[in-house]
Design a protein around this ligand. Structure first.
Ligand SMILES: [Zn+2]
Length: 96
């Protein structure tokens, strides 16, 4: 069992969280012209890298969506970042 940290509620059991997708995926545009297979790939296929990764999770009890930085091999959890803070830092190249 792992402990994840919600940016709003703090540290909680992993069972309270739900994985949504990898962070940084580019939405194919224009969406109305994208093939069904390309759209399904965007929605459902993930790179699932070994090691450090940025993922989007939601804390189910409060509904907060956030970035979880963790290592998929060691299961170490580095930090949680609200999506707003992540976008602000990404825009200023301070994500890593
Ligand atoms: Zn929460």
């Amino acid at each position: 069992m792992q402990i994840f940290e919600c940016p709003i509620c703090g540290k909680r059991n992993e069972t309270e969280f739900h994985f949504l997708t990898e962070a940084g995926k580019e939405r194919p545009e224009p969406a109305e012209e994208v093939s069904d297979s390309r759209w399904a790939e965007y929605l459902y296929l993930h790179k699932s890298p070994r090691g450090k990764t940025n993922e989007i999770w939601v804390h189910i009890p409060c509904g907060e969506f956030f970035i979880l930085q963790r290592d998929t091999v060691t299961r170490e959890v580095y930090r949680s970042i609200s999506l707003q803070d992540y976008r602000t830092k990404k825009g200023s190249n301070q994500t890593e």
